[in-house]
Design a protein around this ligand. Sequence first.
Ligand SMILES: [Zn+2]
Length: 246
Amino acid sequence: MGRKMPTRCSLCKKDNETLSHIIWQCRFTRHIWAWATGIFNLQLVEDLVVSYKVVKGKSRTIKDMWIVTNLAVTTELWKLRNKAFFEGATVNWLGFKGRVYQIIRDNSIRIKGHMFNKLENLRILSYLKVQRRSSKNSTPVEISWSPPEHGEIMICCDGAALGNPGQAGASFSFKDANSRVLGALCVGLGWQTNFYDEVYREANFTAYNLDKEACLLAEDIYEFYEGRPMCIPVVKWPGEVYYHFK
Ligand SMILES: [Zn+2]
């Protein structure tokens, strides 16, 4: 009757090996986490689920990069452990760090989303050599509208595209002197670059919600709604100032 002795960690060759030791506590592991949290300027939380929460409030790009980093570190640690355990490979810190760094960079190509226009974001992305992406520019623009004269109908239009180039659409809404939405029209513009639909753009509100519906229509297909369509949840009050972000 023999008792199974706990295995010695293949990375540090000192402590007993557990999954938690390999992923978080091993002195070798601590090096890689210190490096990773240093890039993002974050505190290490020894829990993958909780770890995601430390990037709360950061930009989409940074959040995604952080998840990729977490996954790259943990999967590579496990692969390294197996290589050392089964094949007796020697553990090389610089080689390991380089591999994790390369994996993060390779995966960053697929990351979509915006960054914040902050020095911190630029610093992280340039360290990881991620192509700088556009930031959502938040210049507020004051907009208001007034209803047409009696007997007149106001026509507003807007355009949108799903991607550039991509499926584009334009929409028109018709309002009367009482600010009532008489109807709306959507038209599919087919496969276009952004330039085409921008030609349709005007400062207006109602058409804004509709143009996204229009993107779903095939080229030259029109759809007409009598009254206010369901996809327009609210109509902005005339004469009141609203802020849109350009
Ligand atoms: Zn260890």
